[in-house]
Design a protein. Sequence first.
Length: 210
Amino acid sequence: MRRLGYWPRLGLSYNKLKKNANTSVVLLLDQIDGVGSVSRREAKWRTSGLFDLPLPELGRLTRYHYFIVIRDPYSRVLSAFLDKFRHHEFRKRYGAFALDPDGFDAFLAWLKAGGLNKDPHWDLQTKLMVWPLDRYDTVIRFENFASEMRALLQMWKIEVAPELLQDVLPGDRDKKTSATEQMGRFYTPARRQLVAELYRDDFTALGYPS
């Protein structure tokens, strides 16, 4: 339940999943809610969780609109690799993988050997979801983030400046990896097969072709 963020004034609750535009969603909702421009770090600790809500609000939980952003496991694991292993703390903790196709190959082998559940940035999305997919009011696919997020906000009669949904927000831009555009360079048939095996539960539950 700690993965649910709440915005009482907007009536929205978001199931946070790392590497799925997570910080961009939080920053966006904060701006709409009138919090103003905040840093990525500040946005993370300012988000209200279930146990941060005032007591009267706990009686209104069923009135919230619960949504989640899901992502193709192929691009998500590549994005996690390209993003996180630029940083010394990740390289020190998990291994100094080179940020090239051979390094990605070594990373996938490490995942298979037991590293899959070491960090939520690349762990199964289905393990980080509060409910099965059909229990959410809205499911947004990362691949269609701008259009589907805009549709959700319009449904709630929330107006958003178009530029806020054209790209990741400035506070989250240094995490952008363009993983989708680099799939052809990093994936071989063998690597695709390994990811399909490692993330079988995600492919099945989230409806992505493996």
